[in-house]
Design a protein around this ligand. Structure first.
Ligand SMILES: *[C@@H]1O[C@H](CO)[C@@H](O)[C@H](O)[C@H]1NC(C)=O
Ligand SMILES: *[C@@H]1O[C@H](CO)[C@@H](O)[C@H](O)[C@H]1NC(C)=O
Ligand SMILES: *[C@@H]1O[C@H](CO)[C@@H](O)[C@H](O)[C@H]1NC(C)=O
Ligand SMILES: *[C@@H]1O[C@H](CO)[C@@H](O)[C@H](O)[C@H]1NC(C)=O
Length: 390
């Protein structure tokens, strides 16, 4: 598995129609002109990490990082070896961090590595991530391990470089990391830990995707316990409706009736509800999850086998409720059993997690575009095995 992808950092990006799929990594941003070009290209992109061999000395005797594979050593016995695209046997040691910019010198070092070596290096660095408990730009309670995410994100920024190239389908099946909204484990297509769950987002105003986000009501002004309105497709929604359509505390509609929406729009409903029910449709994903996050309503996800977006770094239990399909009859009981203190915490966390689910015309740090990129990066790291650790 891993040897197939050895020579290049094979990250593949199977994009959603509106997904920004290419950017100029020289300063981590994307020009609007490039954006429109990108959207007209075929929807499969390959992120290719170009090797930078120039600094690798052919006969250096310096031993480096134990994690970095060296040809002719580990792995030989079972006939597997890393195919690297340069002939070097040894890689130089990382330079001593320059006091002015340790990041820059580390980045320079990373660029001397072959792609696979760079990944192994990053993996090891992440395993030994400096422990942090808080960060000015990140809200720690959202993360499974904020130290891991922070270090991984930094290494991603230092390691991934353009350009992205478009390629044909043939190699995809073998080598692809798929990025799918329909991250459904039960179909045998999406592979947990390898593929990436892409949050489905409805972008109402592409020029200003952030419009209308936030501004949800305080908890005291959220009289509705739980809200759902939508079509009845898929296996879950009819059951939801059957049990809860007439409940007084929850507003569960087939579609929002005109008489109701005249008084209170769909968005207003979300802003006035404590929980927003996000049942799967035909597919496990639902744009409601991101909508709920935008309108500061705690999402209640009902879709068995759904791999939640960014689940490898985000702790969804901090800001959402996941209910198994079989527990729909107990929905109200489950929601009412959540203590107010826990609810308030989740609601704060929903606000804090918003920025990780927002698109920008030009991507910014930690936004949805970069979170998706980070998921691809992180899962790619998970796929590669360090031959020297066995
Ligand atoms: C870097 O990003 C800014 C926008 O943030 C843009 O104006 C500038 O042209 C970009 N530079 C390069 C080299 O892409
Ligand atoms: C090997 O090292 C010697 C002496 O340090 C150097 O002159 C030579 O160019 C090196 N060879 C290669 C292939 O790097
Ligand atoms: C987070 O990950 C780091 C690096 O692997 C580890 O040292 C640390 O113990 C982890 N922290 C928690 C709270 O699990
Ligand atoms: C990124 O922008 C710079 C400066 O505008 C340009 O020289 C470079 O070719 C661009 N790279 C890609 C991958 O588009």
């Amino acid at each position: 598995m891993t040897t197939v992808a050895a020579a290049l950092l094979h990250l593949w990006f199977l994009s959603h129609p509106l997904t920004v799929s290419s950017y100029n990594s020289s300063n981590g941003s994307m020009q609007p002109s490039q954006l429109s070009e990108t959207l007209q290209e075929p929807r499969i992109y390959r992120i290719q990490h170009l090797p930078a061999n120039s600094i690798i000395s052919q006969n250096s005797s310096i031993e480096v990082m134990q994690s970095v594979p060296v040809e002719g050593r580990a792995g030989d016995s079972n006939g597997k070896r890393w195919k690297t695209d340069d002939k070097s046997k040894v890689i130089p040691t990382p330079p001593p961090p320059s006091p002015r910019s340790p990041t820059l010198s580390l980045q320079r070092y990373i660029w001397t590595l072959t792609p696979i070596e760079a990944l192994l290096f990053a993996k090891k660095e992440i395993d030994h991530a400096p422990i942090i408990t808080e960060d000015a730009e990140l809200y720690a309670p959202l993360f499974r391990n904020i130290s891991v995410f922070k270090r991984s994100y930094e290494l991603m920024e230092m390691t991934l470089r353009g350009p992205y190239t478009t390629v044909a389908h043939t190699e995809l099946k073998e080598n692809a990391i798929k990025v799918l909204c329909n991250a459904d484990l039960s179909e045998g297509i999406f592979v947990a830990g390898k593929d990436v769950s892409l949050p489905e987002t409805t972008i109402k105003f592409p020029k200003k995707p952030q419009r209308h986000i936030g501004g949800g009501n305080r908890v005291s002004q959220r009289p509705i316990l739980a809200f759902f309105a939508g079509y009845m497709h898929g296996r879950v929604r009819p059951i939801l409706l059957k049990y809860w359509k007439d409940d007084e505390d929850m507003k569960i509609y087939r579609r929002l009736p005109h008489l109701v929406s005249k008084e209170m729009s769909y968005i207003q409903h979300m802003k006035s509800s404590r929980y927003c029910i996000c049942p799967m449709g035909y597919e496990v994903n639902s744009p409601r999850i991101v909508e709920a996050i935008y309108y500061e309503c705690v999402p209640v996800i009902i879709a068995d086998n759904f791999v939640l977006p960014f689940g490898e770094v985000l702790d969804w239990s901090a800001f959402s409720v996941v209910i198994p399909e079989k527990d729909i009859p107990k929905l109200k009981e489950i929601l009412l059993a959540i203590p107010l203190r826990k609810y308030l915490e989740m609601q704060v966390n929903v606000k804090m997690v918003q920025k990780h689910f927002v698109w920008h015309p030009v991507p910014i740090k930690y936004d949805l575009f970069h979170m998706v990129l980070h998921s691809i990066w992180f899962n790619r790291l998970n796929q590669i095995q360090d031959p020297q650790s066995h």
